[in-house]
Design a protein around this ligand. Structure first.
Ligand SMILES: [Zn+2]
Ligand SMILES: [Zn+2]
Length: 516
């Protein structure tokens, strides 16, 4: 018994020791795993923070250069599709910094894409840039838009290289936003495909990142064909194209009463006849239809008694013929609240610029010069709100391809109207430059979060997927239609030659018995 109990005890002891050892070993392993995890997290954390410091420092060191590039583009003030010097300048900035360049996309010589790949090349972040002016100069501030976006791509590249961050940066140089909506042609040609997320910004009166949408739009070219005749001597032999146009426009005036809010119909007559003593054989109008989504516009056009029927009615009642062609179409913007929060977080991280007494005095001098009330220069960072507006922009199409996160920074005083000379003056001096440097930092910092934080990117993409549920995206402009690209490039332009694009097919008659 004694012997047995001794052996038992010995065995028990051995077991207890073994168990203890096992527990100890387990504890050591668990502690080691915990420590490694903590260390790895710490490394990752430090990396993003350090990387953000790198891009902010880069923007501060290059602040004068960023201002200078934006000022050169401001002075070029090139209208849509003629941004030769502006695109050359931005391309040379990217090339100098090791980006691979692709130029002349979607038939437009002034479009470009700069690509930088590090490590695995994933995820892929697209950054949008605009650089076209209006007849009154850079009154939309695209001199800042293009420069800050390009600068942020370069800053990101610096950080990715220095901190070994995997990913691809694609900087999209998108021409003629304000005149022909360059992005829709690039979207139709698949230029934006393959990105996980898009970042964009726009010069404005506030530092904000709202998650509202805007309106989808279709721009239609309508042509009426009649029979000419002496309006005094032989009116019975003529059929007036202008009559057809007028009757259709009256029908559309009545249609306004029966459409959903906030749909809009706007039109101008671009050809109302040839001479008053001649029955007009040709008349033309440009029609703009806006709606919450593209399907609402399609529905208003095609329904019984809709736009297309109004146009037919004009032709029918005047004995003329009518054709219709979509010459432009933008989707509404697909909002992304998760992305808005990410931007505001980074705006607060970076810290918004303040403005001097001198700059505020400059604004008040502009208010007097242009006889418009202008407020102060707003340095605050605003919380995201739903600010769905009633205008349209070509960024809408991009927001249907992958999540688009777009924000504004203060580059002009509160109350400054878009496309105004007062805006043009502010985006061409230190007020605008400060907003552009701030935008550079915010774009790059948000880019770093999306490159390094898988969960963050996934959340942005999940919201996009949820909003796209059951929504169809297809380019609306006809496949054979191209923007009016100039026939020749200037001799000193470094981009590609003008492509040889086929003429679009003539649109068919809207009168169904003529086509069927
Ligand atoms: Zn703009
Ligand atoms: Zn504009």
């Amino acid at each position: 018994m004694k012997m047995k109990s001794y052996l038992m005890k010995k065995l028990e002891m051995k077991e207890i020791i073994m168990r203890r050892n096992l527990i100890g070993l387990r504890a050591v392993i668990i502690i080691a795993i915990l420590m490694i995890t903590v260390c790895l997290n710490a490394i990752a954390q430090v990396n993003v923070d350090d990387a953000k410091k790198t891009v902010i420092e880069w923007a501060d060191v290059n602040a004068e250069h960023i201002s200078d590039v934006s000022h050169q583009i401001w002075e070029f003030a090139e209208i849509g599709l003629t941004e030769f010097k502006s695109s050359d300048l931005l391309v040379s900035e990217l090339e100098k910094n090791g980006f691979t360049m692709d130029r002349g996309l979607a038939g437009m010589p002034t479009s470009f894409v700069g690509t930088y790949i590090h490590g695995s090349g994933n995820p892929v972040i697209g950054i949008l840039a605009e650089y076209d002016a209006l007849p009154n100069g850079h009154s939309c501030g695209h001199n800042l838009f293009g420069t800050a976006s390009v600068s942020s791509a370069i800053a990101l590249k610096e950080a990715m290289e220095k901190h070994n961050i995997d990913g691809t940066i694609k900087l999209f140089g998108t021409p003629t936003e304000d005149t022909h909506g360059g992005k829709v042609w690039m979207a139709r040609e698949g230029v934006f495909d393959g990105c996980d997320v898009f970042l964009s910004w726009h010069p404005g009166t506030k530092n904000d990142c709202n998650y509202g949408s805007n309106l989808a739009v279709q721009i239609l070219e309508i042509k009426y064909y009649g029979i000419s005749s002496h309006a005094g001597a032989a009116p019975e032999k003529g059929r007036s194209a202008l009559d057809g146009l007028t009757i259709s426009s009256i029908a559309m005036e009545f249609l306004r009463e029966h459409m959903i809010e906030p749909m809009r119909i706007q039109y101008i007559i671009t050809n109302g006849g040839q001479a008053p003593n001649s029955v007009p054989e040709f008349a033309q109008m440009r029609l703009v239809i806006r709606g919450p989504m593209m399907k609402d516009i399609d529905e208003l056009r095609s329904r019984e008694g809709g736009i297309d029927d109004c146009l037919r009615a004009g032709a029918l009642a005047s004995g003329t013929d009518v054709t219709m062609q979509v010459v432009g179409a933008f989707y509404n913007k697909m909002p992304n609240r998760t992305g808005s929060d990410l931007i505001i977080e980074n705006m607060n991280y970076v810290g918004s610029p303040t403005f001097t007494e001198e700059e505020n005095q400059f604004v008040q001098a502009l208010a007097e010069k242009y006889d418009i009330p202008l407020g102060k220069l707003d340095s605050s960072i605003h919380e995201p709100i739903d600010d769905t507006g009633k205008a349209s922009a070509d960024t809408g199409d991009v927001s249907y391809i992958a999540p688009l996160i777009s924000f504004n920074t203060t580059t002009e005083a509160l109350g400054t109207p878009g496309h105004s000379s007062a805006k043009n003056e502010q985006v061409g001096m230190s007020i605008g430059w400060k907003g552009a440097i701030f935008a550079t930092k915010v774009l790059a910092c948000a880019g770093l979060d999306l490159l390094t934080d898988e969960a963050r990117l996934a959340a942005v993409q999940k919201e996009f997927k949820d909003r796209m549920e059951g929504v169809d995206y297809h380019p609306v402009i006809p496949a054979d239609l191209w923007p009016p690209i100039p026939k020749e490039n200037p001799a000193d332009f470094k981009g590609p030659a003008v492509p040889n694009l086929p003429e679009p097919e003539k649109p068919e008659s809207l009168l169904y018995w003529k086509t069927n």
